[in-house]
Design a protein around this ligand. Structure first.
Ligand code: FAD
Length: 297
């Protein structure tokens, strides 16, 4: 009771949530505590409390790169949906908090005539998740525009320079420092005519609609592209396009997307992922590396 009272005095608290509700692929089991802290200071207090009580925690953005197993997560999932403000600083620099939803931010920036984030307009994550993943598309990625990142680490707020984040292909230092929470980032943008930005976004979204199975729950591309090749081509090459298993389907439209057709479990997703990997390794000698994160499975 003490835990529930404490959490609910600093955050919106749900005790009956499931990973199905907070991930785009809609897979996963119950979550013991799901909290949305009211602000950064409340988040800091909650994290200290969880550490003191040795309760494991996991920050989740929009859950668009996460596949979770069906067992109960005996810890606390932290959403940053209330930590979602932004403001402009000097010199085309924008401060954006982690809970800001990316497609919404892209639309706002387009209206205001700020260019730089168009590549991300179809990525259904939030700012924190995109920084964590160094998300990218169309030969651009977050590290092209991130200047600094505000984090909560060891109970302190601290700004990290871009170089300290060690960004690389769909990777950042935060993968190795799991107890660090990304709170905000400063992004460097350029002024451009609003209509040009809107046109580029419309073009990017049309390309996605034409090539990705956006009508089915997914977590985007499951594997990173190996050097000089495409994961989808290798998956196609081993005959896995369209493969179905217990409600999991390797997409016909884009074989690097593995989708949930409605009745699947996270464990079925993992079994399919492993089968794809084994077949690609067997035929091509290439060890595909996951882009998607498997959690609590
Ligand atoms: C239809 C579709 C299309 C996609 N297209 C692309 C694409 O073009 N390019 C691309 O790169 N990705 C793409 N993705 C994948 C996904 O959207 C990205 O990986 C995105 O960056 C994940 O953001 P998120 O907020 O959903 O993070 P989540 O999935 O919620 O979390 C991902 C990881 O980040 C950690 N994390 C999240 N927020 C924080 C934080 N504030 N502090 C610390 N850790 C945090 C989580 O703990 C987790 O480990 C796509 C996904 C879908 C469903």
């Amino acid at each position: 009771m003490e835990i529930i009272n404490f959490l609910s005095s600093h955050a919106d608290l749900k005790l009956d949530a499931s990973f199905k509700d907070i991930t785009t692929i809609k897979l996963g089991g119950p979550i013991k505590y799901l909290v949305s802290p009211f602000d950064m200071n409340r988040l800091k207090v909650i994290v200290s409390f969880l550490k003191e009580y040795a309760i494991p925690f996991k920050v989740v953005g929009r859950g668009s790169n996460l596949v979770c197993g069906s067992k109960t997560y005996e810890g606390c999932v932290i959403l940053l949906e209330h930590i979602n403000h932004y403001h402009f600083e000097d010199d085309n620099l924008i401060y954006v908090e982690s809970g800001m939803v990316i497609p919404r931010l892209c639309n706002t920036l387009a209206k205001l005539g700020y260019s730089g984030l168009e590549f991300a307009s179809g990525i259904p994550g939030n700012l924190g998740g995109l920084v964590y993943m160094n998300a990218g598309a169309y030969k651009k990625e977050m590290s092209d525009i991130v200047k600094e990142v505000l984090v909560l680490e060891d109970g302190e707020f601290r700004w990290l320079k871009k170089e300290e984040c060690e960004f690389s292909y769909r990777h950042s230092i935060f993968h190795e420092r799991r107890d660090v929470i990304i709170l905000a980032a400063k992004l460097k943008l350029e002024k451009k005519p609003s209509d040009d930005i809107k046109e580029l976004i419309a073009d990017r979204l049309a390309r996605r609609r034409a090539t990705q199975p956006l009508d089915k729950p997914s977590c985007g591309s499951c594997f990173k592209n190996p050097d000089g090749d495409f994961a989808w081509r290798l998956i196609d090459g081993v005959g896995m396009r369209g493969y179905c298993y217990n409600g999991i389907e390797v997409s016909n439209k884009h074989p690097n997307f593995i989708v949930n057709t409605g009745h699947a479990k996270g464990e079925d997703f993992v079994a399919t992922l492993n089968l794809v990997k084994a077949k690609v390794l067997d035929k091509y000698g290439i060890n595909l590396r996951e882009e998607v994160e498997i959690f609590n499975c």
